[in-house]
Design a protein around this ligand. Structure first.
Ligand SMILES: [Fe+2]
Length: 258
Protein backbone atom coordinates (compact mmCIF):
# COMPACT_ATOMS: atom_id res chain seq x y z
CA UNK A 1 0.00 0.00 0.00
CA UNK A 2 1.16 3.49 -0.87
CA UNK A 3 -0.34 6.52 0.86
CA UNK A 4 -0.32 10.14 -0.27
CA UNK A 5 -1.70 12.87 2.03
CA UNK A 6 -3.00 16.14 0.63
CA UNK A 7 -2.97 19.59 2.26
CA UNK A 8 -4.29 22.72 0.54
CA UNK A 9 -4.95 26.43 0.83
CA UNK A 10 -3.11 27.14 4.04
CA UNK A 11 -3.12 30.88 3.19
CA UNK A 12 -0.48 31.69 5.79
CA UNK A 13 -0.23 35.48 6.23
CA UNK A 14 2.41 37.41 8.14
CA UNK A 15 0.06 39.66 10.07
CA UNK A 16 -0.63 39.20 13.80
CA UNK A 17 -3.75 37.25 14.70
CA UNK A 18 -4.47 35.47 11.44
CA UNK A 19 -0.83 34.40 11.26
CA UNK A 20 -1.08 32.51 14.55
CA UNK A 21 -4.52 31.07 13.72
CA UNK A 22 -3.49 29.67 10.34
CA UNK A 23 -0.06 28.52 11.46
CA UNK A 24 -1.68 26.62 14.31
CA UNK A 25 -4.07 25.04 11.80
CA UNK A 26 -1.17 24.09 9.54
CA UNK A 27 0.69 22.59 12.50
CA UNK A 28 -2.37 20.48 13.35
CA UNK A 29 -2.67 19.35 9.73
CA UNK A 30 1.02 18.39 9.75
CA UNK A 31 0.49 16.38 12.96
CA UNK A 32 -2.49 14.61 11.38
CA UNK A 33 -0.52 13.92 8.20
CA UNK A 34 2.38 12.47 10.21
CA UNK A 35 -0.02 10.19 12.08
CA UNK A 36 -1.09 8.71 8.72
CA UNK A 37 2.51 7.79 7.70
CA UNK A 38 2.34 8.85 4.04
CA UNK A 39 5.08 8.25 1.49
CA UNK A 40 4.60 11.80 0.19
CA UNK A 41 2.58 14.88 1.16
CA UNK A 42 1.15 17.09 -1.59
CA UNK A 43 0.02 20.69 -1.06
CA UNK A 44 -2.33 21.92 -3.79
CA UNK A 45 -1.58 25.60 -3.54
CA UNK A 46 -2.24 28.95 -1.91
CA UNK A 47 0.43 28.02 0.61
CA UNK A 48 1.00 31.72 1.37
CA UNK A 49 -1.74 34.34 1.62
CA UNK A 50 -0.13 37.17 -0.36
CA UNK A 51 3.03 35.54 -1.70
CA UNK A 52 5.47 37.38 0.59
CA UNK A 53 8.92 36.03 1.44
CA UNK A 54 8.18 36.03 5.19
CA UNK A 55 5.01 33.99 4.61
CA UNK A 56 6.97 31.26 2.84
CA UNK A 57 9.47 31.17 5.70
CA UNK A 58 6.57 30.51 8.08
CA UNK A 59 5.05 27.85 5.79
CA UNK A 60 8.40 26.15 5.32
CA UNK A 61 9.10 25.96 9.06
CA UNK A 62 5.85 24.01 9.56
CA UNK A 63 6.07 21.88 6.41
CA UNK A 64 9.58 20.80 7.38
CA UNK A 65 8.03 19.07 10.43
CA UNK A 66 6.48 16.52 8.07
CA UNK A 67 8.11 13.12 8.36
CA UNK A 68 7.63 12.53 4.62
CA UNK A 69 8.91 14.47 1.61
CA UNK A 70 6.48 17.10 0.34
CA UNK A 71 5.69 19.02 -2.83
CA UNK A 72 3.65 22.20 -3.36
CA UNK A 73 1.96 23.40 -6.55
CA UNK A 74 1.38 27.16 -6.88
CA UNK A 75 -2.08 28.64 -6.29
CA UNK A 76 -3.37 31.99 -7.44
CA UNK A 77 -2.25 33.61 -4.18
CA UNK A 78 1.28 32.25 -4.44
CA UNK A 79 4.30 33.99 -5.92
CA UNK A 80 6.29 31.68 -8.16
CA UNK A 81 9.63 33.48 -7.61
CA UNK A 82 9.24 33.62 -3.83
CA UNK A 83 8.05 30.04 -3.65
CA UNK A 84 11.02 28.92 -5.73
CA UNK A 85 13.34 30.93 -3.48
CA UNK A 86 11.91 29.54 -0.23
CA UNK A 87 12.04 25.88 -1.34
CA UNK A 88 15.01 26.12 -3.73
CA UNK A 89 16.90 23.20 -2.17
CA UNK A 90 14.03 20.73 -2.64
CA UNK A 91 14.14 18.41 -5.67
CA UNK A 92 10.87 19.55 -7.30
CA UNK A 93 11.96 23.20 -7.56
CA UNK A 94 13.66 24.28 -10.79
CA UNK A 95 15.53 27.50 -11.49
CA UNK A 96 13.13 28.72 -14.16
CA UNK A 97 10.82 31.69 -14.09
CA UNK A 98 7.78 30.21 -15.78
CA UNK A 99 5.17 27.81 -14.46
CA UNK A 100 6.45 25.48 -11.75
CA UNK A 101 5.71 22.01 -13.13
CA UNK A 102 7.38 18.80 -12.00
CA UNK A 103 7.22 15.04 -11.84
CA UNK A 104 8.25 13.24 -8.66
CA UNK A 105 8.16 9.53 -7.98
CA UNK A 106 6.67 7.87 -4.92
CA UNK A 107 7.17 4.11 -5.08
CA UNK A 108 5.41 2.80 -8.19
CA UNK A 109 3.51 6.09 -8.62
CA UNK A 110 4.51 9.25 -10.48
CA UNK A 111 3.09 12.49 -9.09
CA UNK A 112 2.72 15.32 -11.59
CA UNK A 113 2.44 18.89 -10.34
CA UNK A 114 0.77 21.05 -13.01
CA UNK A 115 0.90 24.79 -12.32
CA UNK A 116 -2.56 26.22 -13.16
CA UNK A 117 -1.85 29.73 -11.86
CA UNK A 118 -3.04 32.37 -14.33
CA UNK A 119 -1.74 35.77 -15.38
CA UNK A 120 -3.31 38.67 -13.44
CA UNK A 121 -6.34 36.58 -12.59
CA UNK A 122 -7.41 34.40 -9.68
CA UNK A 123 -8.77 31.89 -12.15
CA UNK A 124 -6.97 28.91 -13.61
CA UNK A 125 -4.95 29.02 -16.79
CA UNK A 126 -4.16 26.18 -19.20
CA UNK A 127 -3.92 27.52 -22.73
CA UNK A 128 -2.82 25.31 -25.60
CA UNK A 129 0.89 25.77 -24.86
CA UNK A 130 0.39 24.84 -21.22
CA UNK A 131 -1.70 21.82 -22.13
CA UNK A 132 1.18 20.69 -24.31
CA UNK A 133 3.42 21.00 -21.23
CA UNK A 134 0.96 18.79 -19.35
CA UNK A 135 0.86 16.31 -22.23
CA UNK A 136 4.67 16.17 -22.29
CA UNK A 137 4.77 15.24 -18.58
CA UNK A 138 2.05 12.62 -19.10
CA UNK A 139 3.92 11.24 -22.09
CA UNK A 140 7.06 10.84 -19.95
CA UNK A 141 5.11 8.91 -17.32
CA UNK A 142 2.72 6.94 -19.53
CA UNK A 143 4.10 3.59 -18.40
CA UNK A 144 3.48 4.31 -14.71
CA UNK A 145 0.37 5.08 -12.66
CA UNK A 146 0.05 8.84 -12.16
CA UNK A 147 -1.46 11.12 -9.52
CA UNK A 148 -2.00 14.54 -11.07
CA UNK A 149 -2.27 17.65 -8.88
CA UNK A 150 -3.25 21.22 -9.77
CA UNK A 151 -4.68 24.16 -7.84
CA UNK A 152 -7.77 24.95 -9.92
CA UNK A 153 -10.34 22.16 -10.45
CA UNK A 154 -11.00 21.92 -14.22
CA UNK A 155 -14.70 21.07 -13.96
CA UNK A 156 -17.86 22.98 -13.30
CA UNK A 157 -18.92 22.92 -9.65
CA UNK A 158 -22.57 24.01 -9.58
CA UNK A 159 -22.69 24.55 -5.81
CA UNK A 160 -20.24 27.47 -5.81
CA UNK A 161 -21.17 31.04 -6.80
CA UNK A 162 -18.89 31.03 -9.87
CA UNK A 163 -18.88 27.37 -10.96
CA UNK A 164 -16.25 27.74 -13.70
CA UNK A 165 -12.86 28.57 -12.21
CA UNK A 166 -10.77 28.83 -15.42
CA UNK A 167 -10.23 32.09 -17.24
CA UNK A 168 -11.49 30.50 -20.44
CA UNK A 169 -13.56 27.34 -20.19
CA UNK A 170 -11.79 25.83 -23.20
CA UNK A 171 -8.70 25.64 -20.94
CA UNK A 172 -10.54 23.38 -18.47
CA UNK A 173 -12.11 21.25 -21.17
CA UNK A 174 -8.69 20.96 -22.81
CA UNK A 175 -7.16 19.58 -19.60
CA UNK A 176 -9.91 16.93 -19.48
CA UNK A 177 -9.21 16.01 -23.12
CA UNK A 178 -5.49 15.61 -22.42
CA UNK A 179 -6.10 13.46 -19.33
CA UNK A 180 -8.49 11.30 -21.36
CA UNK A 181 -5.57 10.26 -23.55
CA UNK A 182 -3.78 8.77 -20.51
CA UNK A 183 -5.68 5.93 -18.82
CA UNK A 184 -2.79 5.57 -16.37
CA UNK A 185 -3.91 8.74 -14.54
CA UNK A 186 -5.39 7.41 -11.29
CA UNK A 187 -6.79 10.63 -9.80
CA UNK A 188 -6.58 14.42 -9.93
CA UNK A 189 -6.13 16.30 -6.61
CA UNK A 190 -7.21 19.96 -6.54
CA UNK A 191 -7.65 22.89 -4.15
CA UNK A 192 -8.78 26.49 -4.59
CA UNK A 193 -12.51 26.36 -3.86
CA UNK A 194 -12.15 25.84 -0.09
CA UNK A 195 -14.77 23.13 0.02
CA UNK A 196 -14.80 19.34 0.25
CA UNK A 197 -15.68 18.29 -3.29
CA UNK A 198 -16.00 14.70 -4.50
CA UNK A 199 -17.79 12.86 -7.29
CA UNK A 200 -16.28 14.79 -10.20
CA UNK A 201 -13.92 13.60 -12.91
CA UNK A 202 -11.17 15.12 -15.04
CA UNK A 203 -11.66 13.22 -18.26
CA UNK A 204 -11.86 9.62 -17.04
CA UNK A 205 -10.03 10.23 -13.74
CA UNK A 206 -11.76 10.78 -10.38
CA UNK A 207 -11.06 14.18 -8.87
CA UNK A 208 -11.57 15.84 -5.51
CA UNK A 209 -10.93 19.05 -3.62
CA UNK A 210 -9.62 19.27 -0.09
CA UNK A 211 -11.41 21.76 2.18
CA UNK A 212 -8.94 24.47 2.90
CA UNK A 213 -6.54 24.17 5.82
CA UNK A 214 -7.12 27.82 6.83
CA UNK A 215 -10.12 27.20 9.11
CA UNK A 216 -11.49 30.74 8.81
CA UNK A 217 -11.60 30.50 5.01
CA UNK A 218 -13.62 27.30 4.70
CA UNK A 219 -16.78 27.71 2.66
CA UNK A 220 -20.14 25.97 2.32
CA UNK A 221 -20.59 22.77 4.34
CA UNK A 222 -16.81 22.75 5.01
CA UNK A 223 -17.46 25.55 7.55
CA UNK A 224 -18.94 22.86 9.79
CA UNK A 225 -15.44 21.46 10.24
CA UNK A 226 -14.74 24.43 12.49
CA UNK A 227 -11.07 24.44 13.42
CA UNK A 228 -10.68 20.65 13.00
CA UNK A 229 -7.63 19.43 11.13
CA UNK A 230 -8.63 17.91 7.78
CA UNK A 231 -6.42 16.23 5.19
CA UNK A 232 -7.15 14.03 2.20
CA UNK A 233 -5.81 10.50 2.46
CA UNK A 234 -5.23 8.94 -0.97
CA UNK A 235 -4.30 5.24 -0.92
CA UNK A 236 -2.85 3.20 -3.78
CA UNK A 237 -2.14 -0.51 -4.00
CA UNK A 238 1.36 -1.93 -4.42
CA UNK A 239 1.14 -1.43 -8.19
CA UNK A 240 0.16 2.23 -7.76
CA UNK A 241 -3.52 1.77 -8.64
CA UNK A 242 -5.96 3.99 -6.77
CA UNK A 243 -7.50 2.10 -3.86
CA UNK A 244 -9.24 4.68 -1.63
CA UNK A 245 -9.78 8.43 -1.22
CA UNK A 246 -11.12 9.76 2.06
CA UNK A 247 -11.15 12.92 4.12
CA UNK A 248 -9.49 12.46 7.50
CA UNK A 249 -10.81 14.87 10.11
CA UNK A 250 -9.56 15.21 13.67
CA UNK A 251 -10.97 17.79 16.08
CA UNK A 252 -8.17 19.92 17.41
CA UNK A 253 -9.11 19.00 20.98
CA UNK A 254 -8.40 15.35 20.14
CA UNK A 255 -4.86 16.07 18.99
CA UNK A 256 -1.86 16.25 21.21
CA UNK A 257 -0.89 19.91 21.32
CA UNK A 258 2.53 20.53 19.93
FE1 LIG B 1 -7.21 29.47 -1.65
Amino acid sequence: MLRIVQLSDTHVPDVPGKRELRLRALAHAVDLANSLSPALVIHTGDAADTGQESEYALVRAEMDKLNAPYVITPGNRDSRPRMRQAFSDLPWVDEGEGPLDYVVDAGPLSVIGFDSKGHKTNKGWADEARREDLRAMLERTKDRPVLLMMHHPPYEIPEIPDPRQYVDWSHAEGICDVVNDYPNVQAVACGHVHRHITGFTVGHAPSFVLPCNAPDLRKGPAKELGDAAAVMCIDFDDEGRLADIRLEVVPVSAQATS
